[in-house]
Design a protein around this ligand. Structure first.
Ligand SMILES: C[S@@+](CC[C@H](N)C(=O)[O-])C[C@H]1O[C@@H](n2cnc3c(N)ncnc32)[C@H](O)[C@@H]1O
Length: 213
């Protein structure tokens, strides 16, 4: 997932992220980092899908400034969630001036309802987070995922599905190509379309729409 790191499976472990973010926050607390690129790269593709009143949940926000950049583009309401207490505390401090509309929550995506008190969101965004879980299966064949991987994907997407309002959106931003990733996003029955972004290096925005009730 990251060049120059041999054991990618660490990206699937909470203690890896917690110690990485602790170290980063102590050396340079205001530094932010974008996996699979930042808001300016995707804004043209995503902006037409959104309303300024949308309540947006970011799954595995890390120290990305995606929500802050979105706010500056006219989408002010964000809940940022990560299971690393260190990164959440640091980001909450760094971006305190936006606390009226941007919140930072410690929680596990696999217990999402508990973490967000059963709230639902107009838009749920995963940028690079499912990619991180999947590094936990380095020997899996992406052309033919194992039952273990499907199990994790089903559990993950069930949490996502519950957190999206009826008629709302799930946006999954990743480098993973449609053949491998679209079927994962479709597993709970959302209608999924794909936007390709970039020329030389291609990234994808999977746009899942939950059925209106
Ligand atoms: C690859 S990083 C992506 C960070 C950010 N979304 C970005 O695009 O820069 C994955 C993030 O997901 C978080 N994460 C992984 N598994 C999680 C889980 N089960 N619950 C909450 N956060 C999780 C990690 O702590 C890490 O910050």
């Amino acid at each position: 997932m990251e060049d120059g790191i041999e054991d990618n499976t660490q990206f699937a472990k909470q203690d890896y992220w917690e110690s990485r973010y602790k170290a980063e926050a102590s050396t340079n607390p205001t530094e932010t980092f974008e996996w699979v690129k930042g808001w300016s790269f995707y804004s043209q593709a995503i902006t037409p899908l959104l309303n300024s009143t949308d309540k947006i949940l970011h799954l595995g926000c890390g120290n990305s400034r995606f929500s802050i950049d979105m706010l500056q583009s006219g989408f002010p309401h964000h809940t940022n969630l990560d299971y690393s207490p260190a990164v959440i505390e640091n980001m909450r401090n760094v971006f305190r001036e936006h606390e009226e509309t941007v919140e930072w929550v410690v929680g596990d995506i696999f217990e999402l309802g508990k973490a967000v008190n059963g709230r639902q969101f107009d838009v749920v965004i995963d940028k690079g987070t499912l990619d991180a879980f999947l590094t936990g299966f380095p020997d899996d064949d992406p052309w033919d995922p194992s039952e273990e991987v499907w199990d994790l994907v089903r559990k993950y997407m069930a949490q996502v599905h519950d957190a999206v309002k009826p008629g709302g959106l799930f946006l999954h931003i990743t480098w993973a190509q449609p053949h491998f990733r679209k079927r994962f996003c479709e597993v709970t029955g959302m209608d999924v379309s794909v936007k390709k972004v970039g020329e030389e290096w291609e990234y994808f925005v999977y746009v899942g729409r939950k059925k209106a009730e």
